[in-house]
Write a protein that binds this ligand. Structure first.
Ligand SMILES: N[C@@H](Cc1ccc(OP(=O)(O)O)cc1)C(=O)O
Length: 216
């Protein structure tokens, strides 16, 4: 059974709403899933915010029993898929748990159409390549190896060129990959957040259903 971990900051607003909505949707569609949530800087045992409880009630979900918890190595190991609310959460998770890198995405990124997702992955790959070549260049500079420095500089310019043109294409997509934090906002902010999550989770369920029929 697929195990999904949703991650936000405090685990009192976004990721608990994602967890509860996903559990309900999966049950309604008869899809077997296990879902949990946690926060990158969460305290253990805090209740969901009042406004979150109210807007979940509107969807027929009793959210009062939620208690926050911090992300832990056990939870990361438990999950097959980790979906964060923002790209900052994804970065923080990748730094703390590099071994989880290939199951770590922002929720919105994971449900993008394939073509857009491939572009984002290519951008991340170029970023790593750029850092690697930059480190090699520094090293050769220190050694005073001029011909090697020149060839690495050319290589870096090539990668930067590709990076810049791809960046122009994907910056629009990237700007839309965060689920904004309703914490401290009005009930309407929470409702909007819930509806954004609801729409993204519908796409997530479709993606999971499609990939399980492809696997058969
Ligand atoms: N945990 C933060 C506050 C916080 C709580 C919730 C929160 O929203 P979410 O649960 O969606 O990350 C964001 C931040 C603090 O100690 O002040």
């Amino acid at each position: 059974m697929k195990k999904i971990l949703f991650v936000c900051t405090g685990n009192t607003c976004r990721s608990p709403m994602a967890e509860a909505l996903m559990r309900k949707k999966a049950a309604e569609k008869g899809i077997e899933l296990e879902v949990r949530s946690a926060g990158v800087t969460a305290l253990d045992g805090a209740e969901a915010t009042e406004a979150a409880v109210r807007v979940m009630e509107e969807k027929g979900i009793d959210h009062r029993s939620h208690r926050s918890r911090a992300v832990s190595r056990d939870l990361v190991e438990w999950a097959d898929l980790i979906l964060t609310m923002t790209s900052d959460h994804r970065k923080m998770m990748a730094q703390s748990y590099p071994e989880a890198a290939d199951k770590l995405y922002t929720l919105k990124e994971y449900v993008l159409p394939d073509a857009d997702r491939e572009k984002l992955e290519e951008l991340q790959r170029l970023q790593v390549e750029l850092e690697t070549v930059r480190a090699m260049l520094e090293n050769e500079r220190e050694q005073g190896n001029r011909s090697r420095v020149e060839s690495l500089q050319k290589q870096m310019e090539e990668i930067e060129k590709k990076y810049r043109s791809l960046w122009r294409e994907v910056s629009g997509i990237l700007a839309r990959t965060d689920v904004p934090d309703p914490f401290g906002g009005s009930e309407e902010n929470y409702r909007q957040c819930r509806d954004v999550l609801d729409a993204e989770l519908e796409k997530l369920l479709n993606r999971l259903q499609n990939s399980s029929t492809e696997e058969r």
